[in-house]
Each structure stands twice: as structure tokens, then as C-alpha cells.
Ligand binder design. Structure first.
Ligand code: GDP
Ligand code: GDP
Length: 434
């Protein structure tokens, strides 16, 4: 499971600046997509090959000051879900009146806390942190969220306190790893039950695994898959059906561990804002995707048309994914769904030859030239594959920093069509110089 870091502090200390810096590596990989919702509260950061979740509580507690910040219910919940808390202070302001009280509150949570002295770029490191020792929360760390100084060592230090992810046993990682995500009540548990069967569920309903994701292998038409789930699977197995608290963090963690994400929407409810936020996270995760419109049963044809057009209008950035219309309750369409899972997975691990990529690039450029930048034509020379799952296409040329988002989308579509890259996000990276 990905470690979770919560950013807490008074307004204006630099929480959202730090959040943006930490999550930028992932953001940068998504070409600007019209309609894509960015969740500025939850994000995934990555240092080397170690991903982690960041929660910015600043987005939640707008105007709060002093201990009020911690009294905010949303902040408390965020701290509860976190593995580590960064308490941000402004190094230039020094200790504020409420900081000691806040420190006492933070100690009560029992969570590991690091005091982060931000805006320290023009300050002597020792001076920047000296006063904050008095908070009694250990050695404060000086950083500059705006300029980046000290940020990597800070994250490194925190990540080093987490044991490396334990490899699950071989048999529990068989086949394509599938995550089922969606807001409450769209039919995730019903779909999961449909896929793996009740008996299986009970067998895997082991106590003491609440914090971890569990992997449940299952077979469909002779093929093995593994379902990754944090909570939904076990819910149905319990006798009392307490409503599971919807957690973006669990969703992010589940997606990270998966090869293919099933994003489930409720045809009866249409596409909500929460669906759009989740969809944005799926795209940013880079995972292969199948969109599942559940509860397709019992709808009139005009209602079905309305759902389809809403999907196109509100989630245009999911156009790369197959959309499957199913009824988890009756089992209709579930067989086709698994075929779409296979196809999306295959596309996400495609091998793309340099010669083919370059050929497609040349054709695309010939038919529609990139624009001028700084009085010169942008030149795109050749392309090679930079990674898989998701496929990364690296394009070499000149002035590539000036390629507009619209032209990036044009290239993306050309590559998708040429290589049949449906069901997987594709990332284009540019390199300048030859
Ligand atoms: P938040 O309310 O805690 O989320 O704070 P913001 O991230 O919105 O930052 C508040 C202000 O501080 C903005 O004007 C930022 O540009 C500025 N800021 C953030 N980090 C730094 C930093 O490292 N150095 C300096 N000098 N300013 C910063
Ligand atoms: P979850 O919260 O996403 O796991 O949703 P559940 O699987 O618990 O389903 C929520 C409700 O929707 C339950 O009452 C299900 O019986 C119902 N439901 C699930 N799938 C379907 C479906 O395909 N058609 C219809 N009509 N109802 C469904």
C-alpha cells in the first residue's frame, strides 16, 4: 500500500505549493485534456520508483487559523488516514502563538509528525529551524516549496521509514490485476461478487487485513485474473452491511497496484461530479481502463441515449477507453467486459518499434505541420518507446517545449489509431536537441 502523507498548517504557509511540487511529476505526464478534473486535494507523488499519496488539507480548511485548523473535521479525517503528517510553518515568521498548542494536539494523534519550515530559501538552515525545536516534534526540516530546496531529502527521509512493499505470494498475483473503482452504490460489490462468487468472498474475509489491499485470484472462461480490493470485497461477506466510507486514498492505492482499472458508473444516476473526479485520478494513474456503465437493465432507450451523451460531454478525456454497458445484478454483459479487460491490458504493454513510431510521426507532421514558435517552425524528427504500462512515446526534435496541447492531442490520436492503443492512456514526452 502506498504511504500517505498529509500536509497540515495555517493558511498561506505553502501547503498547496508543496502539494503541486510533489505531484507534478505525474501531472506533467498528462497532456492537457479538455474537461479533465484535477483533484487538488489528493495526489500521487513519486520519488525514484517509490510512489506515495499526498493529501493537501489546505484545500479543505480555507479560512481557519491556529488550533481551529486541527479542529476542522476534514483535517482530522485526513490525519487519521495518513501515515505521516507534515506540519508546515513559515520559516520567516518564526513560531506563532498557536504553534505550541497545535503541536500538543498533533502529538495526541499518535501519528509521526515532521515540522517542515517552509520558505527558507534565503535563510540560514539552522536559523530557519531553530525556533521550531520548541514544538517538541523532533528535528524540524527546512525546505523551500517554491524553489524545491530540501524537498527531496525530506520525502526520502519519510519514505525510508516505511518498509519496502511486501511482495504478495506468487499465486495471489496471477494474471491481469484488476481494480474496481467507483463511488458508493454504483454496484462495485455486486460486480465483484458476480466475478468471483460468494464462497470465494467468505474465504478471503480474514480479519486484520483492513489496512491492506487484498488480492483475490479468480477465473473467467479458463483465464486467471486477480482482483485487488481494499474494502468492497469484504463488505458483502459481512452480515451487517455498514455503509463503507468512500475513500479517495483507498481508491488511489488500489489503482496503483492494478494493471487494469474498471471505473464503474451508475446508469440510473448519470455522471456526477464525483465520477469526474475519480475519472481524473484514473487518467493520472496511467493505468489501462475499461469504463463500466452498470445498471443498464430496466432503462428506456431515451434514458440510455441520455447516459451515453452525458458520458461524452462530461468525460471526453476517457474517449480512449472502451465503454461496456452491463448489469452486474443480472450478469448481462459481464463476459464482454472481461474481453475488454484483456484488450486494454494488451494495449498497455504494447511493443512499439522505433521505425514504426518514426514513420507515423513523419506522416503526421507531413499532413499537418506543427506551428511556429519564436519565429521558427517546431521540428519533430523521430520517436521511440520510452516505457510500457502505460506506453510512453518519446519524440525528439527542436523547440519541443513549445508544442501546443492541441498538437500533442493530434499526435496522440495518430499514434493511437496506428497502433490500436485503445484502453490505455498514452504518454508523449518531448526531448529537444539532436
Ligand atoms: P497554503 O495556504 O498553505 O496552501 O499556501 P500556498 O501554497 O497557497 O502559499 C501561500 C503563499 O506563499 C503563496 O504566495 C506562495 O507563492 C508562497 N510560497 C509558498 N512556498 C514558498 C516558498 O518556499 N518560498 C517563498 N518565498 N514563498 C512561498
Ligand atoms: P457499491 O457500493 O458500489 O459496492 O454498490 P453495491 O454493489 O452495494 O450496489 C448498490 C445497490 O445497487 C444495491 O442495492 C444493488 O443491488 C444495486 N445494483 C447493483 N448492480 C445493479 C444492476 O446491475 N442493476 C440494478 N438495477 N441494480 C444494481
Amino acid at each position: 500500500m502506498l504511504p500517505v502523507i498529509a500536509l497540515v498548517g495555517r493558511p498561506n504557509v505553502g501547503k498547496s505549493t508543496l502539494f503541486n511540487r510533489l505531484t507534478r511529476s505525474r501531472d506533467a505526464l498528462v497532456a492537457d485534456q479538455p474537461g479533465l478534473t484535477r483533484d487538488r486535494q489528493y495526489g500521487v507523488g513519486q520519488l525514484g520508483n517509490r510512489p506515495y499519496v499526498v493529501v493537501d488539507t489546505g484545500g479543505i480548511s480555507g479560512e481557519r487559523e491556529g488550533v481551529e485548523v486541527l479542529m476542522d473535521k476534514q483535517v482530522r479525517l485526513a490525519i487519521e488516514e495518513a501515515d505521516h503528517v507534515f506540519y508546515l510553518v513559515d520559516a520567516r515568521d518564526g513560531l506563532a502563538g498557536a504553534d505550541e498548542q497545535i503541536a500538543a494536539e498533533l502529538r495526541k494523534t499518535g501519528k509521526p509528525v515532521t515540522v517542515v519550515a517552509n520558505k527558507s530559501e534565503s535563510l540560514d538552515r539552522d536559523l530557519a529551524t531553530a525556533e521550531f525545536h520548541a514544538m517538541g516534534l523532533g528535528e524540524p526540516v527546512a525546505i523551500s516549496a517554491a524553489h524545491g530546496g530540501g524537498v527531496k531529502p525530506l520525502i526520502n527521509r519519510v519514505l525510508d521509514t516505511f518498509p519496502p512493499a511486501e511482495e504478495s505470494p506468487e499465486e495471489a498475483r496471477a494474471g491481469v490485476q484488476i481494480a474496481v473503482v467507483g463511488r458508493p452504490n454504483v454496484g462495485k460489490s455486486t460486480l465483484i461478487n458476480r466475478l468471483i462468487g460468494e464462497e470465494r468472498l467468505v474465504a478471503f474475509d480474514k480479519p486484520g487485513t483492513t489496512r491492506d489491499s487484498i488480492r483475490v485470484p479468480f477465473e473467467h472462461q479458463g483465464r486467471t485474473y486477480t482482483l485487488i480490493d481494499t474494502a468492497g470485497v469484504r463488505r458483502r461477506a459481512r452480515i451487517s452491511e455498514a455503509i463503507e466510507k468512500f475513500s479517495i486514498i483507498k481508491t488511489l492505492q488500489t489503482m496503483e497496484a492494478a494493471n487494469v482499472v474498471l471505473l464503474v458508473l451508475d446508469a440510473h444516476q448519470g455522471v456526477s461530479e464525483q465520477d469526474a473526479t475519480l475519472a481524473g485520478h484514473v487518467v493520472q494513474s496511467g493505468r489501462a481502463l475499461v469504463v463500466v456503465i452498470n445498471k443498464w437493465d430496466g432503462l428506456q432507450s431515451d434514458e440510455r441515449d441520455r447516459v451515453k451523451s452525458e458520458l461524452e460531454r462530461k468525460l471526453p478525456f476517457l474517449a480512449f477507453a472502451e465503454v461496456m454497458f452491463i448489469s452486474a445484478l443480472h450478469g448481462t454483459g459481464v463476459g464482454h467486459l472481461m474481453k475488454a479487460v484483456d484488450a486494454a491490458y494488451r494495449a498497455s504493454v504494447s511493443d512499439l518499434k522505433t521505425s514504426d513510431l518514426t514513420h507515423i510521426l513523419e506522416q503526421a507532421v507531413m499532413e499537418h505541420q506543427p506551428p511556429m514558435a519564436r519565429g521558427r517552425r517546431i521540428k519533430l524528427r523521430y520517436a521511440h518507446q520510452g516505457g510500457k504500462n502505460p506506453p510512453i512515446i518519446v519524440i525528439h526534435g527542436n523547440q519541443t517545449d513549445a508544442v501546443p496541447a492541441s498538437y500533442q492531442r493530434y499526435l496522440m490520436n495518430r499514434f493511437r489509431k496506428a497502433f490500436k492503443l485503445w484502453g490505455t492512456p498514452v504518454r508523449i514526452e518531448f526531448r529537444t536537441g539532436d
